[in-house]
Design a protein around this ligand. Structure first.
Ligand SMILES: [Zn+2]
Length: 392
């Protein structure tokens, strides 16, 4: 093939072939769709297989893009699927095929401990958010949470209160029991057309049950409360510095553990949100609105007590804890409903302190979120407390 015809073929494959983030997102979406047991079987296969049957389309598309990239770079030997699986356990910056990614992303891995990493889940989510066919666990969980909040309210403000309570439950309880479920059903009794409480449907979607009776001792992390199977040293939750601890959970006959997608999209990012809420609540009280507007923003402050966003001095913030600054920057949007005077994109402290992270984030945002100030978690908390004391 001549260079010209090769270039023409490349254009047919994709106009954005040079965008390696798309490749990484497709691979991540593929990994997300591969069942964990399939994954384990592939890892334990002694000889690399060239068979592509059964691999998700997203994965094949990602590998395809790598092939074209390899051809484009003049590489004689194309990586096999097994090669690429192997690369997924190495930092992106160390792949044999150099990827065009920003510096702060070079240390990220798609697979950790034989499973899709938090970064892979994040990248997959951005890819699949554009795919109307994608049935995302966290999306359905979010819809059920909204329905539960809505059907158990008879006025607008109550919907928001319910939402905050249910969302807070997910952050407080990576592990729950049938006693928690019963308490939720008493608190949120509204039933769907099948006679089942909405809250039960939401709960059973967000959690997987495990048989238990009486008191069960669990190994959990004392920082984030996530279960630590096999008592490993570190918990792996982004930004968590906790350590292994024993926790007694009371149950009648069932324990419930948050599904991975729910943990990664509601519980784990919620830890940074909760740190902000806890730090400023004593100073702001009722003038703080967690997840204002059913999550239009993660938190809003009404310094003048007007009760209406846009009237008086309001601040609003999205709190983010993303592994990839570039993917966050490309996908970040400010919700137009949040017409606050000051608007913030608050970055979890451990990310904010990562070298190059903020520069890469702002580079990727490329001025699209005009008027949104990028700040670290600690600086944001200090600024809110300062403003609260100025306003008295
Ligand atoms: Zn932890």
């Amino acid at each position: 093939m001549t260079d010209a015809s090769r270039a023409a073929r490349l254009m047919q494959v994709s106009a954005d072939l040079s965008d390696d983030y798309m490749t990484v997102q497709l691979l991540a979406a593929g990994l997300a769709r591969i069942q964990l047991d399939q994954l384990a079987a592939m890892w334990s296969t002694p000889s690399p297989s060239t068979k592509t049957v059964g691999l998700p389309p997203a994965w094949n598309a990602g590998v395809n893009r790598l092939w074209w990239r390899a051809l484009e770079g003049g590489t004689a030997q194309l990586p096999t699927h097994m090669d690429v699986f192997g690369w997924c356990s190495r930092p992106l910056g160390q792949w044999p095929l150099a990827l065009g990614i920003t510096d702060s992303d070079r240390g990220l891995l798609l697979v950790e401990d034989g499973r899709p990493s938090a970064f892979a889940d994040e990248a997959a989510r951005f890819a699949m958010a554009k795919d109307p066919e994608a049935e995302l666990v966290e999306n359905h969980s979010f819809e059920l949470l909204m329905s539960t909040a809505d059907r158990n309210a008879d006025r607008e403000a109550q919907v928001q209160e319910n939402y905050v309570e249910l969302r807070g439950f997910l952050i407080d309880k990576p592990v729950a029991s049938d006693l928690d479920l019963m308490a939720l059903m008493r608190r949120f009794p509204a039933k769907n057309t099948h006679g089942q409480p909405w809250v039960k449907e939401w709960f059973l979607h967000a959690y997987q049950h495990r048989p238990a009776s009486g008191t069960t001792e669990l190994d959990v992390c004392d920082g984030c409360d996530n279960p630590l199977p096999g008592r490993r040293g570190h918990c792996g939750t982004p930004g968590c510095g906790g350590k292994a601890a024993r926790r007694a959970v009371e149950a009648m006959s069932e324990l419930y553990v948050q599904r991975r997608a729910v943990r990664r999209f509601f519980h784990d990012p919620g830890l940074a949100e909760r740190r902000v809420f806890d730090a400023v609540r004593p100073a702001l009280g009722e003038r703080m609105y967690p997840w204002w507007g059913m999550d239009a923003v993660d938190v809003a402050f009404d310094f003048d007590g007007t009760g209406r966003m846009g009237e008086g001095e309001w601040w609003a913030a999205d709190v983010k804890n993303h592994a990839s600054a570039t993917l966050l920057g490309r996908n970040f949007r400010w919700d137009r409903r949040a017409e606050a005077r000051r608007r913030f994109l608050v970055i979890a402290q451990h990310r904010f302190e990562t070298r190059g992270y903020v520069d890469d984030l702002e580079g990727a945002m490329d001025g699209r979120a005009q008027g949104v100030e990028v700040v670290g978690e600690d600086d944001f908390i200090a600024a809110v407390l300062r403003r609260a004391s100025e306003r008295g």
